[in-house]
Design a protein around this ligand. Sequence first.
Ligand SMILES: Nc1ncnc2c1ncn2[C@@H]1O[C@H](COP(=O)(O)OP(=O)(O)OP(=O)(O)O)[C@@H](O)[C@H]1O
Ligand SMILES: [Mg+2]
Length: 113
Amino acid sequence: MHMITAVIRPHKYDDLREALLQLGVEGITVTQVKGFGRQRGQTEFYRGAEYTTTEVPKLRLEIAVSSAIMNQVIDTIQSVASTGKVGDGKLFVHTLDQVVRIRTGEKDELAIG
Ligand SMILES: Nc1ncnc2c1ncn2[C@@H]1O[C@H](COP(=O)(O)OP(=O)(O)OP(=O)(O)O)[C@@H](O)[C@H]1O
Ligand SMILES: [Mg+2]
């Protein structure tokens, strides 16, 4: 099992959500965040506004996935969230030791989806 943390452009969320549901992703945690990448100090556009500060609004997605669909999830995030312009975001893959569904006590593959 893996936890994928993805930082994406907010306007890409709806399309990505649909694509991930199609793959069998059973849950996503979404947080509004601000950040910067390697163009820090340069400008980026968000909803038509130019950001001259270094931190630009993004969404952070946390998605726990079984190994069976991990590669498809990674490829889908990369392709759906891409515009080809700087600031498209990044994803990070962490190994996930354990998952517990709090209501039932189910663990790991039974709890992930
Ligand atoms: N090394 C990093 N560690 C943590 N968060 C990062 C890192 N790089 C990027 N991010 C996060 O991802 C967001 C988008 O980064 P961004 O797409 O600008 O990365 P980049 O490496 O500059 O790539 P690009 O050249 O395509 O812009 C940042 O606002 C930040 O929240
Ligand atoms: Mg950048």
